[in-house]
Design a protein around this ligand. Structure first.
Ligand SMILES: NC(=O)c1ccc[n+]([C@@H]2O[C@H](COP(=O)([O-])OP(=O)(O)OC[C@H]3O[C@@H](n4cnc5c(N)ncnc54)[C@H](OP(=O)(O)O)[C@@H]3O)[C@@H](O)[C@H]2O)c1
Length: 362
């Protein structure tokens, strides 16, 4: 009988499953998210950070501890040679956090896959890659199957709040007619680069110009979240409409520790997107991030039988939530069948215990 089967049976009989050897992880992109993931993993048992990849000259050659502000060296030196790090350390999984876009992530993820490593990535477009570039998605799926590994794109949004959570909530519905998901964030509670990224403090003209040049892009992932919800419900959408990014203009003076926004200036942005079926808006996502938002929340409304109104208040912190989702999905990605997966294809997500090995194989 296969060892895994014996282990599953022991678990079902209430016995402690035998411990597996540790999970080995390589961090690909030691930025804000990759760094925070590494820091959390270093505190957990049964999992070991064995390598780190980044192309920034400020990081290459340094011990991870120096970048993470830790006193004790980790023994892991940041390298820019991804293939070398992955082939030498042979990780079970690569945590990839370098870019939002599939075309840029593709070759990086392929390097991991071709060296036999599973991948969990925060690349927004990878959360439901079939709508951006189905051919690239198929190539990644084939490569993952050929090498017997799993690839997942996830995070807090896309990856959880505006898609997986909404999909999961439809489980109690006999019928679903429409879904509305809202995320409203007070950007003052977020990191300064995020406040800059949403245009806080600019005039409306400056904001409009930055949208025109692409310096402000808005939220990446609304299309992916809508497509994932539709796929989970078996809805064939006519199209997905992503509205232009709009400035949220302050009606009174608001400020964060880093940015002061006078009335009439931009406090942040709002973006909506709709999934259209038979000419009707059946899915609407509404993303708002601005300094001074009086209430921060995540909400899901399902029009159906029965109706569902769910609200998380205050809204989930983006960075903390992203790091958690990425780390918590590690055992599920390692255990999944090979191929390119999305969150809707994997078991119900959940927090992982301190010793991550015990969750493998369940
Ligand atoms: N799905 C979600 O919910 C979610 C949530 C948070 C973040 N994200 C996405 O995840 C990505 C990472 O986020 P972040 O906040 O950590 O960004 P970040 O702070 O900019 O970190 C990215 C890191 O990756 C490095 N890098 C870029 N290209 C690389 C390459 N080809 N090889 C090796 N390293 C490379 C960067 O180096 P340089 O500094 O030299 O560029 C930087 O150190 C972003 O695209 C972000 O939008 C998604």
């Amino acid at each position: 009988m296969r060892a895994e089967l014996v282990e599953r049976m022991n678990t079902m009989n209430g016995e402690e499953p035998p411990k597996r050897s540790e999970i080995k992880v390589v961090i690909y992109g030691v930025g804000e998210i990759g760094g925070r993931v590494a820091k959390l993993l270093l505190k957990k048992k049964g999992i070991r950070v064995v390598g780190a990849i980044d192309m920034s000259p400020r990081k290459v050659g340094k011990d991870l501890a120096e970048l993470l502000g830790l006193e004790e060296p980790t023994g892991v030196t940041v390298s820019k040679d991804a293939a070398k790090v992955i082939s030498e350390t042979k990780p079970d999984i690569v945590v990839h956090a370098t870019t939002s876009f599939l075309k840029d992530a593709y070759s990086q993820i392929l390097t991991a896959v071709e060296h036999g490593a599973n991948v969990v990535s925060t690349t927004e477009e990878l959360s439901y890659p079939y709508i951006v570039d189905p051919k690239l998605a198929e190539k990644l799926d084939s490569a993952a199957k050929e090498h017997g590994v799993t690839v997942l794109g996830t995070g807090i949004n896309p990856g959880f709040l505006m898609d997986t959570l909404a999909i999961t909530l439809t489980a109690v519905c006999q019928e679903v007619y429409g879904i509305e998901v809202k995320r409203v964030m007070n950007a003052a509670t977020r990191r300064v680069p995020f406040q800059k990224k949403i245009g806080a403090g600019l005039t409306v003209e400056e904001f409009t110009e930055k949208i025109r040049t692409g310096a402000i892009t808005g939220h990446v992932g609304l299309e992916q979240s809508i497509a994932m919800i539709a796929a989970a419900l078996g809805w064939k959408l006519d199209k997905i409409d992503v509205e232009p990014v709009k400035p949220v203009v302050a009606t009174k003076r608001v400020e964060s520790q880093a940015v002061k926004v006078e009335a009439g200036r931009v406090a942040g942005l709002r973006q909506q997107a709709h999934g259209i079926m038979d000419g009707e808006k059946v899915i609407t996502l509404d993303f708002q991030a601005y300094i001074g938002a009086e209430e921060e929340y995540d909400s899901v409304t399902i029009k159906g039988v029965p109706e569902v109104h769910e609200k998380i208040s205050p809204c989930v912190h983006g960075d903390l939530g992203t790091v958690a989702v990425v780390v918590n999905m590690i055992p599920k990605v390692i255990d999944a069948s090979p191929g390119l997966k999305t969150m809707k294809d994997l078991p119900v997500p959940s927090a992982t215990p301190e010793d991550m090995r015990t969750y493998l194989g369940r």
